[in-house]
Design a protein around this ligand. Structure first.
Ligand code: 4NP
Length: 586
């Protein structure tokens, strides 16, 4: 393909909007979408299908909207990608956003608002704090050594979770009582992993692995009495979810949840299954007896659907058809499992052209590392696939979605067992008719793994694409704010002596294959500076490389044009260094 054809395909793909449900407000469904460019806040009236873009610029975090009011609170980066956030509000019907909290130079990690309360957790250079904003002033109410995310508020309480016990393998709940300013921490069992608390009266609903499996639990914050929710239907318990990406209370005090297993999601209200097609669901909102969610698969972009709880009937509220030129291409996706070096089964998603003829393949490494590839539309994997490559994307050890034991396998061992899982997935692809040869690509932690892979196993992949990579854990630690410093310490289980051994810079001298690096000039998570040093090393070694650094951008993408400026250099480089075998039409 010529550069202009490549550019056209990628541009079409980057313009396919994302839809993530934020919640319901009055009679509208609030959502975040890239429709029209920025990752903006929107609302839709499900009766008329009338959509309204509420913000002209992008948003970062959105506080859970409240059914009883029109205002929605959200954060926005005010530092051109460096992720120093301000807090704004907007009316979900009328629009008209306002700056409501002029947060001083901090990364906001959690935001909640109810009644007159606006509260947030945020990281500065030194620590993470819990802040309450009242009539224009900001007061710090609690201080944390590490990650802490405010997840909900009521007239009486602020609740959230974080790494409060300084144990890399656990997380705890925090509760702040607004009337008395009492701060307390709660865990049902020392060492357990407890997440996102949602408050109703004096009861919090939260996910915990205290029984060995991730389950939803209820705790009374006054009596600390712990209980399991009682569901009207047994369907939720029979589904046996591995994780719960979204959950909350209904207006009647029942529980709704999205359960996740094997990269697929299912929605439940009071234990009853909400009928949706196989695939993934991004968020959920309830309006009376109707559920709203965003359904997707790896090759089907998100669309907002409505499901009637009593009849199970569903309809599309916001459709999202693929451009015809892309729709006509022959593609197929599936989840596979392969055995890794120690016999452990690892899941991977595969996209091919349905021919069973092996071809040049891209190993796509997700970021995080505590994240995963699910059966959901993603612009990176689809752009690489539609440029003519088969795709394999493994959920290497450390990935979420497979239980806490599997997720914690990378703690104290980043770039160890997880990198072996990537190597074994590559071997699987070559031995099972998917790949003739294989390149490797990833963003952030995936960019880190890409560069480490090219340095530690220089013959296994034929080309590498690294976005926002970590190249030097030591320097990165020095450059980080409180939350990312702690993130690195947690990931390494405080074994700081491993920083050099696990850094791509240590193996730069072994790299042989061409590599294209994208790094963002204002990235405050994986900063550009160490990447420049790494590039000098590649230059010294005579490795073929390209380094693209974009201005006024950071780690989190905020508009579709940024996807374009990441992907176009990657794919033109890839097609030059590792030309694809072309694309099959149906
Ligand atoms: P990401 O990866 O979650 O995939 O964006 C990372 C983010 C930050 C750091 C490392 C990986 N860090 O070292 O701060």
């Amino acid at each position: 393909l010529s550069v202009s054809e490549t550019a056209r395909t990628i541009e079409e793909l980057t313009k396919v909007p994302f839809y993530f449900i934020a919640g319901s407000t009055r009679n509208r469904v609030a959502f975040i979408s890239t429709e029209g460019g920025p990752l903006a806040l929107w609302s839709v009236d499900p009766h008329t299908g009338n959509k309204l873009r509420l913000t002209t610029e992008s948003v970062a975090l959105v506080a859970d909207p409240r059914r009883e009011r029109d205002l929605v609170y959200f954060t926005r980066d005010a530092a051109k990608g460096a992720e120093l956030h301000k807090i704004h509000s907007v009316d979900a019907v009328e629009g008209g956003e306002k700056l409501v909290v002029d947060v001083p130079e901090m990364r906001v990690l959690g935001l909640a608002s109810s009644g007159n309360v606006i509260a947030f957790t945020a990281a500065g250079k030194e620590d993470v704090g819990l802040y309450l904003a009242e009539s224009g002033s900001i007061e710090k109410k609690a201080k944390f050594a590490s990650y802490a995310e405010l997840t909900d508020s009521s007239e009486d309480y602020l609740v959230g979770f974080g790494d409060l016990a300084k144990n890399p393998r656990s997380s705890e709940i925090f509760i702040f009582k607004l009337g008395t300013s009492e701060y307390s921490e709660y865990t049902p069992v020392a060492g357990s992993v407890n997440k996102a608390a949602r408050i109703r009266g004096s009861k919090i609903l939260f996910e915990s692995n205290l029984t060995g499996k991730n389950r939803l639990h209820i705790c009374d914050v006054e009596s600390t009495e712990l209980s399991l929710p009682q569901y009207r239907s047994k369907e939720y318990e029979a589904y046996d979810a591995v994780e719960h990406p979204y959950y909350g209370w209904t207006e009647q005090g029942k529980i709704w949840a999205i359960g996740k297993k094997d990269g697929e999601a299912k929605a439940f209200v009071d234990g009853k299954t909400i009928e949706t097609l196989p695939g993934y669901l991004w968020g959920m909102a309830l309006l009376g007896s109707r559920v709203y969610t965003s359904h997707t698969t790896i090759i089907q972009p998100m669309r907002i659907i409505e499901v009637d709880i009593s009849t199970g009937k569903s309809k599309t509220i916001v459709d999202n058809p693929l451009p015809p030129g892309i729709r006509s291409l022959k593609r197929r996706s599936k989840a596979i499992r392969y055995k890794s070096f120690d016999g452990r089964l690892v899941q991977a998603f595969v996209i091919d052209d349905g021919t069973d003829i092996p071809k040049r393949t891209m190993m796509y490494v997700h970021g995080g590392p505590w994240s995963d590839i699910v059966n959901s539309w993603g612009v990176y994997m689809n752009s690489l696939n539609l440029s003519g490559y088969n795709i394999i994307a493994p959920n290497y050890r450390g990935s979420t979605g497979f239980g806490e034991e599997f997720r914690k396998l990378d703690i104290g061992d980043p770039g160890g067992g997880d990198l072996e899982d990537i190597a074994y997935a590559t071997r699987w692809a070559k031995e099972n008719g998917l790949a003739t040869e294989c390149a490797i690509a990833g963003y952030s932690y995936g960019g880190y793994m890409t560069l480490l892979a090219l340095g530690k196993k220089p013959d296994m992949w034929d080309c590498g694409l690294a976005g926002a990579p970590v190249v030097d854990w030591k320097e990165q630690h020095e450059l980080s704010d409180a939350v990312y410093r702690h993130f690195i310490e947690t990931l390494f289980d405080n074994k700081t002596s491993l920083y050099d051994e696990r850094s791509p810079k240590t193996y730069a001298k072994n790299v042989k294959k061409p590599v294209c690096i994208i790094a963002l000039q204002n990235d405050s998570r994986t900063p550009l500076k160490p990447v420049l040093t790494y590039a000098v090393e590649l230059l010294t070694q005579g490795v073929k490389f390209e380094l693209h650094s974009t201005t006024d951008t950071g780690h989190a993408f905020t508009k579709t044009s940024e996807l374009m400026s990441d992907l176009l250099p990657w794919i033109t480089f890839l097609q030059k260094m590792f030309p694809s075998n072309g694309i099959s039409k149906t």
